[in-house]
Design a binder for this molecule. Structure first.
Ligand SMILES: [Zn+2]
Length: 405
């Protein structure tokens, strides 16, 4: 195992979350005997400050048949509509300009660009989801964003003014080749915009359930800046956005691009220095807190179950796999999980085998407590379950500090 940015072979182990199945590998009863588990361990490179998993699972296993559909939640529909609006304005994109989205999912962001009059094309490896995008009128190449896909886009559409990759960069092992392909597809004055979960937020907000096998890298601006500097590209602006419990939107151009580097970049780099990004203590303190949070949450749940009360979950996002497996919370603790994404209902949660059901179950079989696993949609979920709250159901919010409301 070596650092995927700088090649350093001496990575420091920061946090172990045990053995975990793939976060999105929801399964049928009959498939339980074949379920696979992999170590889930976070390492740090002292040289370039990149955090990465010690074990890389093949992307073919993780992304070819994907169950995560962006349009499922209103929060994300709003997020991507706003993002299309913001980028079009901020970058002064004209009608007909080409926007390419890498990992375009069901085409939600590209639809936003279409509404602004931009020309669009997406690249999406999950066959089922690429088909959904095509059917809704978003031209999509069903592949990973490799050299072939980049060349195919140039052949069909020419070079791009804007390339976006939201929640993709952390998922890719070979980010050097990805960046090389972005450079070849991007016009010289074009902009590459990525959104990544921000590791300083993960530390501060204790959202360690964002750590799972699909996320190979955990970026700070410092590590990301170190990376792009080695690739002939330059970060010129960042924005802190609140999706996935804290993300950075990072604006990148080619070295010879015309945008001045804004203070947003210098300020955040300074801030990270002050927070101790170069000091191992920052990471070991985080690991200690993660283990303490696990102990608090599991003892609360044990108490509730010992009192004969029932608990259901709400939301089965990928991150719930990390939380449930790491804490050892399974079908003995949680009767079922209500989930809005119909691709997941009827299946069992990876590793912990809790039935995932339609939210209508909350009416038929109302629990005493609801564990909110999709905590980043807590507001949306509390609204949807208002009638149960009025009848006395209480809610367990697991992170950043486990609490009952
Ligand atoms: Zn490194």
């Amino acid at each position: 195992m070596e650092c995927r940015v700088c090649g350093n072979k001496e990575l420091q182990n920061i946090l172990s979350l045990g053995e975990s199945p793939l976060a999105n590998s929801f399964l049928h009863q009959k498939d339980i005997p074949n379920e696979e588990f992999y170590p889930l361990e976070l390492c740090m490179c002292r040289n370039c400050k990149l955090l990465q998993l010690s074990h890389v699972v093949s992307p073919e296993k993780m992304f070819r048949n994907y169950l995560y559909v962006t349009s499922t939640t209103k929060t994300f529909r709003d997020h991507f509509a706003n993002m299309a609006e913001d980028l079009t304005t901020e970058l002064g994109l004209r009608k007909g300009a080409l926007a390419v989205d890498i990992g375009s999912n069901d085409g939600l962001l590209l639809k936003g660009f279409q509404a602004k009059g931009l020309s669009t094309i997406g690249v999406e490896p999950a066959t089922n989801i690429a088909m959904m995008a095509e059917q809704s009128g978003v031209e999509t190449i069903n592949d990973f964003f490799n050299t072939n896909a980049a060349n195919e886009i140039i052949r069909r559409k020419g070079k791009a003014e804007l390339i976006t990759a939201t929640n993709v960069f952390a998922h890719v092992n070979d980010i050097k080749t990805l960046t090389h392909n972005v450079k070849s597809l991007l016009k010289d004055n074009g902009t590459f915009v990525i959104e990544i979960q921000y590791f300083m937020d993960t530390i501060e907000q204790m959202t360690f359930d964002n750590i799972y096998h699909e996320h190979l890298s955990y970026f700070t601006l410092t590590s990301l800046n170190n990376f792009f500097n080695t690739q002939g590209m330059r970060i010129f602006h960042i924005e802190h956005v609140d999706s996935h419990g804290g993300s950075l939107r990072v604006y990148i151009q080619k070295d010879n691009g015309q945008q001045e580097t804004k203070n947003t970049v210098h300020n955040l780099l300074d801030h990270e220095q002050k927070k101790g990004i170069n000091d191992t203590q920052l990471y070991t303190d985080f690991a200690k807190k993660v283990n303490a949070t696990k102990n608090t949450l599991t003892s609360e749940i044990r108490k509730i179950r010992a009192a004969g009360k029932t608990i259901a979950g709400y939301g089965a996002p990928a991150k719930s796999t990390t939380l449930l497996n790491f804490c050892g919370i399974g079908k003995n603790e949680i009767s079922y999980i209500a989930e809005d994404n119909p691709l997941k209902t009827g299946l069992l949660t990876p590793g912990t085998h809790i039935p995932v059901v339609n939210p209508a179950m909350l009416d038929e079989n109302t629990p005493d407590y609801i564990l909110i696993l999709a905590w980043n949609f807590a507001t949306e979920i509390l609204q949807k379950t208002m009638k149960h709250a009025e009848k006395g159901t209480r809610f367990i919010i697991p992170l950043p500090t486990p609490r009952i409301v």
